[in-house]
Design a binder for this molecule. Structure first.
Ligand SMILES: Cc1cc2nc3c(=O)[nH]c(=O)nc-3n(C[C@H](O)[C@H](O)[C@H](O)COP(=O)(O)OP(=O)(O)OC[C@H]3O[C@@H](n4cnc5c(N)ncnc54)[C@H](O)[C@@H]3O)c2cc1C
Length: 427
């Protein structure tokens, strides 16, 4: 792929950020080359995953109706685990899925979704080149003018780094420094195939409906949590946690995941299933506070997770929708004909991406409370055990027993109050 052709834009990475950007630019008549290292878009990507649909509608109203999506999420669940017990909260809201309106969110399989979205960009006229690794940027007089891939040099008015977490392109350009391991989570995930009917019976779902389940207390006290999403004919099960803490605890990521899988509340959900995919991936954990003031350099814009756009508030994780929105923001900045860098930052604000990240920034402090990852799930299951046990003996004094539970879990009432206040302040 050598030649003197110059593109309006070269996009590095065909994840949702890159494809949304390519789609919007190509639709506006710009010449776009999107380069993806995987043999197909999505082949290297790992997500929980759930996609909040508003982002697809922002890309193109009505596009979601033909999108490669799995199930619309009708059940939001949070589960807390202790060694053998579990407590589950189930939230459902018909307003999320009203007839004739775009459903609130969908489960997705990235290999399928990413390939579909890149295909849509291609339909709009973008050129998608897969199986090519971008090795370097080409810089002339302090401006990025193109990319290098193997022996090939390719040129464009603007280069867009959409290469995901730990973006080596953003680092090369000096937009980000080296990322610290403590600011990243590592996620492991399995896709387990099951017939649609079994999934629907097991999770109490109607045809096309889905569950998004987040799990606390499955990481042995390490900062992080688990997830389970129902797809059409499979389940995505995984967990994300801080790799440095796992190493400090001398624990293998695979073992922690395996223990979660074997938990009596999880295993029956997977019974009879066949594992068809196993993957691991990093994810940004710092949120707004990890994002530099400037996400561009002359001739270069940084979008999606490469720019740090992930929101983790404990009960949900958002990266795909933000990736799509930032791709649109970058494209609109370029189309506007203004200086792309500052225009991109303006678009990120007007499309409410940066304000949204800022608004939930303090959740980071809440999620820093380590007791969330084992003490509180243990206490929750102990309290439910106390409330639900009927054995013919005189029922215990609940207040006295609750204080005993706190003590057994090495938590004072004062500490509980302090965490409560910190929690309220964080949200
Ligand atoms: C375990 C886990 C669970 C998650 N769950 C969710 C969820 O449920 N919902 C949600 O919204 N988000 C979730 N996320 C976050 C979400 O996956 C990411 O935020 C999102 O994928 C970012 O999209 P992106 O397009 O910016 O980057 P990516 O999807 O990472 O795409 C980057 C692309 O660039 C390509 N690439 C990289 N380097 C090069 C190169 N040098 N040359 C060419 N190509 C290159 C890659 O192959 C890849 O295709 C999860 C993440 C993990 C790890």
């Amino acid at each position: 792929m050598s030649g003197d052709d110059k593109f309006d834009a070269i996009i590095i990475g065909a994840g949702p950020a890159g494809s949304a950007c390519a789609y919007t630019l190509a639709k506006a008549g710009k010449s776009v080359l999107m380069i993806e290292r995987g043999n197909t878009p999505g082949s290297k990507n790992v997500t929980g995953g759930r996609l909040y649909s508003y982002a697809l509608d922002l890309l193109e109203p009505g596009l979601w109706e033909e999108a490669a999506l799995e199930r619309k999420v009708t059940h939001e669940q949070i589960m807390m685990l202790s060694k053998e017990q579990s407590v589950k909260i189930d939230y459902s809201n018909p307003a999320y899925n009203l007839e004739g309106q775009i459903p609130h969110s969908f489960t997705v399989l990235r290999a399928v979704f990413d390939e579909w979205l890149a295909g849509k960009a291609e339909e709009m006229g973008a050129m998608v080149a897969c199986g090519i690794l971008v090795d370097d940027l080409i810089e002339e007089n302090g401006r990025i003018v193109g990319v290098k891939a193997g022996e090939d040099d390719m040129y464009a008015d603007v280069v867009i780094a959409a290469d995901g977490v730990n973006s080596f392109i953003a680092q090369k350009a000096g937009v980000f420094g080296d990322l610290e391991a403590s600011t990243l989570g590592v996620g492991v995930k399995e896709i387990i195939e099951l017939p649609a009917k079994t999934i629907e019976e097991r999770f109490n779902l109607k045809d096309g409906e889905g569950t998004a389940l987040l799990i606390l207390g499955c990481t042995e006290g390490i900062h992080g949590g688990g997830f389970l999403y129902t797809n059409k004919e499979s389940i995505s099960l995984g967990c994300v946690f801080t790799p440095t803490e796992a190493a400090e605890n001398g624990r293998q990521i695979h073992d922690i995941f395996q223990d979660m899988k074997m938990h009596p509340a999880i295993l029956p959900l997977l019974e009879g299933g066949q594992t068809v995919e196993y993957g691991a991936h990093l994810v940004r954990e710092e949120g707004f506070r990890g994002i530099p003031q400037k996400l561009y350099k002359e001739g270069l814009l940084v979008i999606g997770e490469a720019a740090g756009f992930v929101i983790n508030v404990g009960y949900s994780i958002r990266g795909i929708d933000l990736a799509i929105v930032s791709g649109i923001a970058a494209a609109q900045a370029i189309i506007s004909g203004k200086a792309p860098g500052p225009a991109y930052m303006e678009q990120l604000a007007s499309l409410k991406l940066l304000p949204s990240m800022k608004a939930v920034d303090r959740y980071f402090d809440l999620l820093e409370i380590h007791r969330l990852y084992s003490t509180y799930p243990n206490i929750a299951t102990d309290v439910f055990h106390l409330l639900f046990t009927v054995d013919g003996n005189e029922p215990p004094n609940v207040k006295k027993e609750m204080l005993k539970i706190l003590k057994e879990n090495n938590l004072s009432v004062w500490q509980l109050m302090k965490d409560g206040i910190r929690g309220v302040k964080s949200i």
